[in-house]
Design a protein around this ligand. Structure first.
Ligand SMILES: [Zn+2]
Length: 542
């Protein structure tokens, strides 16, 4: 997900400052998930929505098939907002009692003996605003546009579900609207049927999906597409675009980079995870950004400009298909595995296109000298700059620590190991250590489990001896919240004839004296010249 703030005119430089601060109502409620919810496993959601945009309401049916993992639980507990009129609920074909309060739906299980269950819920009403959006009956220039944004835990504001990211399922969605409307969802389009003035689009995904990534878009969309061929040449996949008429020409320009992005990421990380289905983008009306719904990213109308102004966001959302969607977070505490990875993927993409300078400039645009909080403990506010930008910096530093070959091997192994399931920070660490052969306790401790970043102060002096120069560099770590970071530091010497020499040192203590002999006197000494470190580095005041 990317959040931006509204404004008539967007300037990139402002956006970088504003992008991630809009976090105050993304609060995770501690008792949203009951204990019993972790003791069931949903296999599949079959959802049907009959949309009535003029009345801002739908008539819906949800069929959940699943299994009870612990036979001692007294009820099947789900998440479902209590503002709908529930027509009936069937448990294994039989009408059942239930309790629906606030965000919980609880169905007693004393009436059947098997572990497998099928729950059918028929309901209707107007969804409540939930989180950043929830389910929205919107309008742009008089055209109705229905969409949703559920991340992190607001899918239950429009369908009953086990709203835990690791309970991944299969999914089928039918969306019915006026026959002029095109309805889009995850996976592939199975069929379109027209009944009088109403038209139904049926979508299906056979890749496991988390509830927060389930999406509906329905509007008077124009459609255009592109074609992607898998790295092994076997699969041909559609890249599908759905935008309103007045955005079509702009969208064709803005979205034209997706083929290249898919090629770059599929070669870098491993084949696009949903290659048997599709990648797509649908215009939606969330004023503040874009959302990586599985196989069908939502992009704000505001971001379709015709001049690729927001291409980095499109790169970010596509990267989420690997990081967040295929490899899901085990819990919301692991959000940096979604956001840090997708943010770093922006830098990796621009590096793949334009080289090392583009990598550096992208990383510097995400630099801050005061990230607050630790990556491992996001607390109730998930979408902070720390999760996105510090997360990206930590991956950048991991790459510097283990080297390019190990780093890209780590990404590919992590993806291959956890795709279509979920991973935690600990799982990622295990992959890093296995692939690199290094103990990374210190790295994870200082960068992921602890708040803060490096502050370095240094002074240099060059002493002439008989036939060489002795260069002394006195380094001090002066950050207050961490005694001594361990990191590889590169030092660059530049000489008058513009030649240069680089040295790499493992720094492991608060104060370090480095001595390097050179045959000529250096005209400049630079620390971390290629910006591999999340560090403030300053020459000590005299
Ligand atoms: Zn994101």
């Amino acid at each position: 997900m990317i959040l931006i703030l509204p404004g008539a005119v967007y300037y990139k430089i402002q956006l970088y400052k504003l992008t991630y601060i809009n976090t105050y109502f993304q609060k995770i409620d501690d008792d949203y998930i009951s204990k019993n919810q972790k003791k069931i496993d949903i296999y599949k959601y079959d959802l049907a929505f009959d949309l009535y945009p003029e009345k801002k309401m739908f008539i819906a049916k949800a069929i959940l098939t699943g299994k009870i993992l612990d036979p001692t639980i007294p009820s099947i507990d789900l998440n479902f907002y209590d503002n709908f009129e529930i027509k009936r609920i069937l448990l294994n074909g039989v009408s059942t009692d239930y309790e629906n309060e606030e965000t919980k739906l609880s169905i007693p299980v004393n009436s059947f003996s098997k572990n497998e269950f099928k729950i059918e819920v028929e309901y209707e009403g107007t969804p409540k605003k939930a989180g950043l959006e929830g389910f929205v009956f919107g309008k742009r220039n008089g055209t109705s546009l229905v969409y949703n944004l559920s991340e992190p835990n607001y899918a239950s504001s429009w369908f009953p579900c086990n709203d835990i990211p690791f309970d991944k399922t299969f999914l089928e969605i039918s969306i019915t609207n006026d026959s002029g409307m095109v309805s889009v969802s995850n996976g592939v389009l199975v069929d379109v049927t027209t009944n009088g003035s109403r038209r139904t689009y049926r979508w299906k995904t056979e890749y496991p999906i988390s509830t927060y990534l389930v999406a509906i878009y329905s509007s008077d969309y124009e459609y255009f597409s592109d074609e992607y061929i898998s790295v092994d040449g076997i699969d041909t996949m559609n890249i599908e675009y759905y935008v309103l008429l007045d955005k079509t020409e702009k969208a064709k320009k803005d979205f034209s980079g997706h083929l290249e992005m898919l090629n770059v990421f599929s070669q870098m990380f491993g084949e696009y995870p949903f290659v048997k289905e599709k990648y797509g983008i649908a215009e939606f009306l969330w004023y503040a950004g874009a959302m990586e719904h599985q196989t069908i990213t939502g992009v704000s109308s505001n971001m379709i400009s015709g001049n690729k102004f927001f291409e980095d966001t499109f790169v970010h959302e596509l990267a989420h298909q690997w990081w967040g969607n295929a490899v899901g977070p085990k819990s919301w505490k692991d959000i940096w595995l979604n956001e840090g990875f997708s943010t770093y993927s922006e830098a990796l993409y621009y590096e793949a296109l334009s080289g090392k300078k583009a990598l550096q400039s992208t990383m510097m645009s995400k630099y801050s000298s005061n990230f607050s909080g630790s990556l491992a403990e996001p607390g109730p506010f998930l979408f902070t700059r720390t999760m996105y930008d510090k997360g990206a910096w930590v991956l950048h530093m991991l790459r510097w620590e283990v080297g390019d070959s190990s780093f890209f091997n780590i990404l590919r192994t992590y993806y291959e190991t956890y795709k279509y399931s979920n991973a935690s920070t600990g799982d990622f660490k295990s992959v890093c250590e296995k692939v690199s052969g290094k103990n990374l306790d210190q790295f994870f401790e200082q960068w992921i489990y602890t708040e803060g970043q490096i502050e370095l102060e240094y002074e240099t002096e060059t002493i002439k001896s008989t036939n060489e120069f002795l260069n002394r560099i006195q380094l001090g770590q002066i950050q207050e919240d961490y005694e001594a970071y361990h990191f590889p530091l590169e030092i660059k010497f530049v000489f008058k004839d513009s030649t240069e020499k680089r040295f790499r040192y493992e720094i492991t203590s608060k104060d370090t004296l480095i001595e390097i002999s050179t045959t000529t006197i250096p005209s400049g000494i630079e620390l971390d010249p290629d910006n591999w470190l999340l560090a403030e580095i300053n020459l000590k005041d005299e």
